[in-house]
Ligand binder design. Structure first.
Ligand SMILES: NC(=O)c1ccc[n+]([C@@H]2O[C@H](COP(=O)([O-])OP(=O)(O)OC[C@H]3O[C@@H](n4cnc5c(N)ncnc54)[C@H](OP(=O)(O)O)[C@@H]3O)[C@@H](O)[C@H]2O)c1
Length: 391
């Protein structure tokens, strides 16, 4: 049995990971679950999966501890911090499905402890890609992608030489994007869209932050950065194409002009299951199979970075490197929060990101402290810039 820790078990990816675990009771054992503040759901998950350890976003807060203890009967799990949980002996793999910066330290701790990493959290590689990948290489720890696009690229690369040097078979990665709910909107129409419009994704069911990031195309921009670190492919060889049907999850073009694509229904449990059971592909009656009779067309279009500048800004941050990706990622987290709170408009998100990047004094080869400092600086800067423009 593979023993798992799931960080972010109460979120969209965390819940879908537990769906997969539920389907294979003889394959997986849950050793630890970590949540932010949703103690009601965490308590239900504890009753069902009986982890030895739990972690909640503010473990020293007595209200949280009392809230969860009151909801549990039987043997209670030990309350620890995420770093302590991931390093426990007996843990085989750590699913990192928290949002934002919270996933970085536990991921680095898990790599240090030699645990396999199953990665959904984008910020881990966007902010600290060089440090994480270097540590994983030194420790010989695999980083398995859960995100549908990176899972697709990963599968297309199986059996291929993707070494990143001239011997490589790969000529480029092509990440597909649904285009989000505002694909085809004019610039004027984009200024008037609401929070509810933006939260209505046409093909995927996801957490709020990533849903807004899909609408601005920031999500695709940070996926370029993730792909760069995961597969060691230069930014110039990573393209994005809009594919509204979300049937092709991404592609790899090879030097002889041949292209491999990975297809399937848009259901995150498919890449989640593969990352957990790799290299096996297990039958799961709960997962949808693609019926080609229902696929009317597969269409493709170049993204419009003039209308959706977040895609360009994230790519630029990746190219500038150092602390720039951390700064743009933190700025986006704050800008999305402000948009969801009704404090700024949809098109203010890229405007804020651009200003934060313009004013960031980057560090070319940062340590973890520099990255955390850039993150904190960009959050303050985004708040300040948003407050100034509101005056
Ligand atoms: N959803 C998708 O389809 C999808 C696809 C690919 C990649 N991703 C990436 O996967 C990550 C998770 O996405 P999601 O959509 O699942 O997000 P989500 O639904 O918002 O869930 C986030 C999870 O992180 C937990 N969390 C937040 N802050 C925490 C903290 N300080 N300590 C511990 N746990 C904390 C939340 O706990 P509470 O709920 O208890 O507050 C929740 O369990 C993101 O980086 C996203 O970009 C998501």
């Amino acid at each position: 049995m593979k023993s798992l820790v799931i960080l972010g078990s109460t979120g969209s990816i965390g819940r879908q990971t537990l769906d997969v675990v539920r389907a294979f009771p003889d394959e997986f054992k849950i050793t630890g679950l970590a949540a932010g503040g949703n103690t009601t759901l965490l308590a239900r998950q504890v009753q069902e999966f009986h982890p030895e350890f739990i972690s909640i976003g503010e473990p020293n807060d007595k209200t949280f501890t009392a809230a969860i203890s009151g909801r549990l009967s039987g043997k209670k799990p030990e309350l620890v911090c995420m770093e302590e949980m991931v390093a426990q002996t007996g843990v085989d793999a750590v699913v990192v499905a928290t949002t934002g910066v919270a996933g970085i330290l536990p991921t680095l701790t898990a790599i240090d402890a030699g645990k396999e990493i199953v990665l959904a959290n984008k910020e881990v590689l966007v902010m600290a890609g060089r440090i994480v990948m270097e540590k994983a290489r030194v420790k010989g720890v695999p980083i398995l992608p859960m995100d549908s696009e990176h899972s697709a690229v990963w599968q297309c690369l199986w059996g291929e030489n993707a070494s990143g040097d001239t011997a490589s078979n790969v000529s480029r990665l092509i990440l597909t994007a649904s285009g989000g709910p505002f694909h085809g909107y004019s610039k004027e129409e984009l200024t008037g869209v609401t929070r509810e419009d933006a939260l209505h994704h046409p093909t995927w069911k996801m957490g709020k932050k990533i849903t807004i990031d899909s609408a601005t195309l920031f999500n695709k921009g940070i996926e370029i950065i993730e792909a760069h670190w995961l597969f060691g492919i230069p930014y110039s060889d990573i393209d994005v194409i809009i594919h509204p049907e979300s049937i092709i999850h991404s592609m790899v073009e090879f030097r002889d002009g041949s292209i491999k694509a990975q297809l399937g229904s848009p259901d995150m449990r498919i890449p989640i299951q593969l990352a957990l059971t790799y290299p096996r592909r297990l039958p799961n009656p709960g997962l949808p199979h693609l019926d080609f009779n229902t696929v009317k067309s597969l269409s493709f279009k170049n993204p419009d970075v003039d209308k959706f500048p977040c895609l360009r800004l994230a790519r630029e941050a990746g190219l500038r490197g150092g602390t720039f990706p951390a700064a743009v990622s933190a700025a986006d987290e704050i800008a999305v929060d402000l948009f969801l709170a009704g404090k700024i408009g949809f098109t203010d998100i890229p405007a804020l990101l651009e200003k934060v990047l313009d004013s960031h004094k980057g560090i070319a080869v940062p340590g973890l402290d520099d990255i955390m400092e850039a993150d904190a600086w960009a959050r303050r800067q985004t708040f300040n810039l948003a407050a100034v423009s509101a005056c």
